[in-house]
Every structure is written in C-alpha cells, then in structure tokens.
Ligand binder design. Structure first.
Ligand SMILES: Nc1ncnc2[nH]cnc12
Length: 591
C-alpha cells in the first residue's frame, strides 16, 4: 500500500523533530494488538500514523490538535466482504461507509467484471483511486449462474491480470462451491496463483457439511461468511477458516451466530464481521460496521473483542496488518474518535490522514465518475420490438394432465419445486383460475434465449414487472398480464437497465439502473434508499410477502440456493444440479 509519508519523516515526527499534521490529544487509545485501553496521544503525518504515547513534542505551530478527552481513539473499521452494487454504487457506498467509520471496504467485482471485462474494470479502478477511503477488491473466478460463454469470459489470462493489481487482495467468494469440492482445475489453479501472490481466497460455503468443508479448505479457501448457526461457524473456525459472522438485511443472524463466542467461548482472533451487501435502507437505519459492533456488544461481546473483529482481525486475514487495522507507527492514518462504546458512531473520521467526516456528515467530495465509459457493450443488443409481443411471456403448455414445475417461494430467497396441474388455453398455461401464480421469464439481453417459468407466492396482484436487477443481469420479466409485462420490458430496454412496474396499463414505478443493470449512477446514497423503498412498498401492496425484495430478485436467477431457479441454461433444479426445462431460442418463442 503506497505511503505518502517517508519512513524518515515518520521517524522525525516520532522524535518530535518534525511537526505532526494532526495530533489527537488526551483520548483513550483502543489498542487492538494488546487488547488494552490506554490514555495516549496520537500523531499523524501526511497519510500515516507516526507516534502513539504521552509526549506532545510533535505538536508544532501548524499542527491541528484534536481534543479527544473523554473519548476513544479507534482504528478505522474494515468491511471485509462488501457488495458495492445493491442499487447503490462503489462511490455512494464508500461515502456512506466513511461517514460512519468504515474506512476500508473489500469489494466484490462480479458485476463490474461481467459488464466491463478486464480492461474496463482496470480503468474503473484507476479512476476510483481518487475516491477517499481505502478501497480494496476481490475478483471473481466464476459467475453465479452458469452460462454458455462463462469460461471464455472468466479466462485465466484476464483473471490473473486482475489478481496482480495492487488494490486486488484476493479471489472473491465462489458461490458454486461444488466446483471446489470436485477440484475444478481452473478454480484450483487460480487460487494457487493468488496464494503465490500473497493474496487470500474468500469463500461461500452455504449449506456445506463439516465433512465437505474439509475439501473446500484443502482447495485453498481462506474464509467463509455463510454460517447461519453457531455450530456451522464453529465448524469453519475449527477447520482453520477465517470465520466471518454476518448480519445482513437478508440474514440478520448475529443473535444466533454470536453464540459461537458467548456460549462456546472460542478464541476470537480469527473471527471477522460483515454486513454482506445489505439493502440500502438497512445501512441507512442500522449503519455499516458501526451497526455490527453495536449489536455484537448488545449480545454480550466485550467492546474490545468486537472492535478487534472489525479491525486487526480482517487486516491480518488480508495480510495487511502492517498497513491497516490498528493504531501504530507507519500504519495508514485511518482513525476514529468514538464518544462511546455503545453505538460506535464516530464523531470524527480520519482516512489516510484527512478528516473525511464529522458527526456523520462527510466533509470531502467524491470524484465525478463517468461510469458508462468502462462498460464494454450496449445494455441491450436485441431490438426493443422483440420484447413487445405478449406471447413471449406466456408459458407454453400442451396438456393440462402434465404438471408444470412451479417455483414456490418458501422465504425471501429459498424456493422449491411444486408440481401443479394447470389448464391449457391456446397452447399456453392458463393462470386465471390460480390467483397465486405469476409468469416469470429470464431473457437474454442479446436476444438469443429465454428461460420460462411460473412462480407462486411472489406478488399475487402484479400485472407486469421487468428488472435487470438480478445476478445474471439479464432481463427478468414477471407478472400475470402479458401485455403489462411486455410494456415493462420495453421500458427497461429504453432505460438501458433498471426496474419497471406496470399496473393497469400504466408505468407506476421506474428505477433506472444503467450501471450493469444493478446500480444507479447517482453518487447520493439516499437515492438508492428511495428506489428500494418505493419498489418494496409497491410490491407489498400487490402481495409480496417478504422483507427483502432486492435479494428475492437477485437470487431468483442464481444457481447456488435451493431449489428451482431461472438461469440462462433453463429452469434449474439446484439440488439435483440440472436443468429440468432448457432455455428456448427466442426466435422460436416469438409469434
Ligand atoms: N453472492 C452474492 N451475490 C450478489 N450480491 C450479494 N450480496 C450478498 N451476497 C451476494
């Protein structure tokens, strides 16, 4: 990590021979290395910490003195597993996170890579160097729903070239973990390559048994955040994984998984914390890592344990403990002034030696990013007119005696296959006598293929909705009224990505998401909150029974959560690991 201060300058400041730029006086330093609270001063020079102790010799004529009497001086918080695309974008998420003390974000690159390729992604990283905060990245080795050209796009040359970048700290979660279990050569070789570069490999082993976890760890995976019980967390810890405890909007699991610490009394030095890409309103209401600390302490952790899990532990996991994660000489000056160890909301946030936020308000401006210049091809290469025919959305069906495999929602994201007999009308399934069902289609943005399904327990009164917000970023079109679906789909095409709802012939929700079909380009975080709230409230009015619509949409098209899902290859049974109804060529579906 580049330092603007030289070591000689830092030595001089430490000895009081060169004045500090910032001097934090009279606070209680949270020493995450020794686990002590120490009444000490902290001197900062340029972007680095130079001195911690009782001397005031580094205060010079132009030194800015920050009085921290009665307050705590903490290392900046680290989010080791961020997904900077939940309608918000890397700029708005960074600024929001900084305002509440998260000075390091370790971001997943999935959708940027899918839409920008290696060269666009590199260009984006170059421009994001202007962003305040410490922005690190993990790179994906595979997508989250298999598609025909996947292995060409995630090729060894491109992926390795990204792994070599300074801000890339490792390989990102591999949601399709059976690839690791089976020893997939590309995945294993790339993880090995990352290790040779001194980088980590994040994991995603949802539902993986203790026995199988052995193979995943043998494959080189260093961490996992998917434990949903204390026992699952213990399994991971015992097998040498960095165990990341998650409290997200989709899975607010702290009350259960913190029992790993409060009941099992395990050592906490290989435990990390994550928000795992929560929806925007969750961050707005509960904060980022600061919110995790508050809940962890409410559940019985000591403030020191909690802070260590959000600072020095992730820094050590990333191999960056000489750079970040604690208050010590030559570390990046990512420092917080905390009025208390209850809500963990910093009064002041210093990032790389600059005061970036005061009382929750950022004091610095982000760079203006022209996102679209990194994107490799137009949002849609198919003609819009192709989307305007209602029959495209109907479910072909020839015999009422032959059951249709319906996608039944058990929760926000978990589905199961429910075989249902449906009448036939003109060659299509007739849903009129089944008010709980909606049609659902995943359509290739290049106009080649369409995967068709029928869903139950989504939103019973939905006329039509279209969305590129899903893990394939292809066009997902859902509804009971084929005309409304066609209208919504055509509008999303015009927007170049986004979410549109049509009700009684009118567009009632329109959320432009031009960046990869997932993100607004707005640098203001509250824009993402507004979009999410309107979407959830309109779908709830139409019968959506769950709390996290963005994750319902996101994971409907993935290939790693139970049970029946729409992926580019077709209607996919995850447990069986196979397509039960292949995607069709769009030409043949058109009338
Ligand atoms: N696997 C995943 N893919 C996309 N977004 C996510 N947010 C949390 N987990 C995610």
């Amino acid at each position: 990590m580049k330092s603007h201060a030289t070591r000689v300058e830092l030595i001089e400041v430490a000895q009081g021979r060169r004045p500090a730029d910032l001097f934090i006086k009279g606070g209680t330093v949270i020493n995450v290395y020794s686990g002590e609270f120490l009444p000490q001063n902290v001197a900062i020079y340029k972007d680095r910490i130079a001195y911690i102790g009782n001397s005031e010799a580094a205060i010079g004529e132009h030194t800015r003195v920050i009085h921290a009497e009665g307050k705590y001086v903490s290392p900046g918080f680290i989010e080791p597993h961020a997904h900077p695309w939940v309608v918000y974008n890397p700029v708005s998420l960074t600024m929001k996170s900084l305002s509440s003390g998260t000075t390091t974000l370790v971001n997943d690159n999935l959708f940027f890579y899918l839409h920008m390729g290696a060269s666009g992604f590199k260009a984006m990283l170059q421009d994001l160097r202007e962003l305040p905060g410490n922005n690190l990245w993990l790179v994906r080795l595979v997508s989250q729903a298999e598609y025909p050209s996947e292995r060409d796009e995630f090729n060894a040359g491109d992926v390795r070239s990204l792994l070599e970048l300074e801000e890339v700290v490792g390989t990102a979660e591999i949601t399709r973990w059976p690839l690791l279990y089976k020893g997939d050569p590309f995945v294993i070789d790339t993880i090995e390559y990352a290790k040779r570069l001194g980088k980590i490999s994040d994991g995603h082993t949802a539902g993986c048994s203790y026995e199988k976890l052995n193979s995943i760890v043998a494959a080189g995976i260093s961490a996992c955040h998917e434990a949903i019980t204390a026992q699952e967390a213990l399994d991971r810890l015992r097998l040498g994984m960095w165990t990341t405890l998650r409290n997200s909007s989709l899975r607010p699991d702290f009350p259960e998984i913190m029992k790993l610490i409060t009941e099992n009394k395990v050592s906490t030095n290989r435990i990390l914390l994550t928000t795992d890409g929560p929806h925007p309103a969750f961050i707005e209401e509960q904060g980022s890592v600061d919110g995790l600390l508050r809940i962890a302490v409410e559940l019985g952790l000591t403030p020191m344990q909690a802070i260590q899990m959000a600072t020095i532990n992730p820094a050590t996991f990333l191999g960056l403990d000489q750079e970040v994660g604690g208050i010590a000489p030559a570390r990046r000056a990512d420092v917080l002034i905390l009025p208390n160890l209850v809500d963990f909301r910093p009064e002041l946030v210093i990032s790389a030696g600059t005061i970036v936020a005061l009382k929750g308000q950022t004091l610095v401006s982000p760079p203006v990013i022209d996102w679209m210049k990194y994107v490799a091809k137009p949002a849609f290469t198919m003609e819009r007119t192709l989307l305007q025919h209602p029959d495209l959305y109907r479910y072909p069906h020839t015999s009422s005696a032959e059951p249709v495999p319906v996608i039944y929602f058990q929760s926000n994201v978990i589905t199961k296959k429910k075989d249902t007999e449906l009448p036939v009308n003109n060659g299509y399934a007739d849903l009129s006598k089944h008010p709980g069902l909606v049609m659902a289609n995943l359509i290739d943005r290049d106009g080649q293929w369409i995967t068709k399904g029928i869903m139950e327990r989504f939103a019973v009164d939905l006329d039509g909705m279209a969305s590129t917000y899903n893990t394939t970023t292809q066009l997902l079109v859902i509804g009971r009224d084929a005309e409304a679906m066609a209208k919504a789909a055509a509008r999303v095409h015009e927007l170049g990505g986004g979410i549109v709802i049509v009700d009684r012939g009118e567009i009632i929700v329109e959320i432009p998401l031009p960046l990869a079909g997932m993100m607004t380009t707005d640098p203001e975080f509250h824009k993402a909150v507004e979009y999410q709230e309107v979407l959830l409230s309109e779908l709830k009015k139409r019968g959506f029974p769950f709390h996290d619509i963005l994750y319902t949409l996101l994971f409907l098209t993935c290939d790693f959560l139970p049970g029946l899902r729409l992926i580019p290859l077709g209607l996919y049974d995850v447990k069986a690991g196979g397509v039960i109804k292949p995607a069709a060529a769009i030409e043949t579906e058109r009338v």
